[in-house]
Design a protein around this ligand. Structure first.
Ligand code: SF4
Length: 175
C-alpha cells in the first residue's frame, strides 16, 4: 500500500507563494518521492487566497494568534485559514502518514515562524504557523518536519522511519 505524506506545495515547485513564485527544494523529492506519495497542499491557496496576494504575518494578541496582511492588519484572514485547516483535518489528514512543511511560513512553519506584536514593531516569539499548528494539535503523533531539518541526514532518516512506523500502526488499527 502506498504511504501518503502531505507537503507544502511551494516546496515541490507549485508557484503558490504570495509573490507567485515557488520555493522548490529538490531535496524533498530526491529524499522522499521514491518512498512515499507526496500530496501537495497550499493552505493559503486552498483557503481561497489569490496568487499573487499581499504577504501575511502572524500577530500575537491577547486572545491568541491572528494572521493579517503585513501592510494592513485590518485585513485578517485567520477565520478563512481556520476553515480550510478544519476541512483538511477532517477530509485529508486521516489518509496522511506525515507532513513536510515550509519553514518560517505564517501558515506552514512548525516551530520557527516569527510572531509580531499588534504594532508590528516587535518580534515577540517564534512558533508554529496557523495551518501546521492546527494539524499538529489534532494529530500530535503525526510525523512532521520542515525542509531545513530535512537537510540533516539523521533527521531525514528519522522522519522516514517515523512515517513508516506511523503508517504501519494506522494499518494495524484499521484491521
Ligand atoms: S502557505 Fe505554505 S504551501 Fe502555500 S506558499 Fe505559503 S509556505 Fe508554501
Amino acid at each position: 500500500m502506498v504511504i501518503k505524506i502531505g507537503v507544502s506545495a511551494c516546496l515541490v515547485g507549485h508557484r503558490v507563494r504570495y509573490d507567485a513564485e515557488d520555493q522548490h527544494n529538490p531535496l524533498v523529492e530526491r529524499q522522499l518521492a521514491s518512498c512515499f506519495e507526496l500530496i501537495p497542499i497550499c493552505p493559503e491557496v486552498g483557503a481561497g487566497m489569490a496568487v499573487p496576494r499581499p504577504p501575511i504575518q502572524v500577530i500575537q494578541g491577547r486572545a491568541g494568534i491572528r494572521l493579517c496582511e503585513v501592510d494592513d492588519h485590518t485585513h485578517d484572514v485567520t477565520q478563512q485559514l481556520r476553515r480550510y485547516a478544519q476541512h483538511v483535518i477532517s477530509e485529508l489528514a486521516p489518509e496522511l502518514s506525515g507532513f513536510v512543511f515550509k519553514s518560517r511560513s505564517p501558515s506552514c512553519g512548525i516551530d520557527d515562524t516569527p510572531r509580531f506584536d499588534e504594532d508590528d514593531q516587535l518580534l515577540l516569539s517564534v512558533g508554529a504557523g496557523l495551518f501546521a499548528g492546527m494539524l499538529m494539535k489534532q494529530f500530535p503523533s503525526l510525523p512532521v518536519i520542515d525542509e531545513c531539518k530535512l537537510e540533516q541526514p539523521q533527521q531525514c532518516r528519522e522522519f522516514i522511519r517515523r512515517v513508516r512506523e506511523y503508517a504501519k500502526e494506522k494499518r494495524i488499527n484499521h484491521r
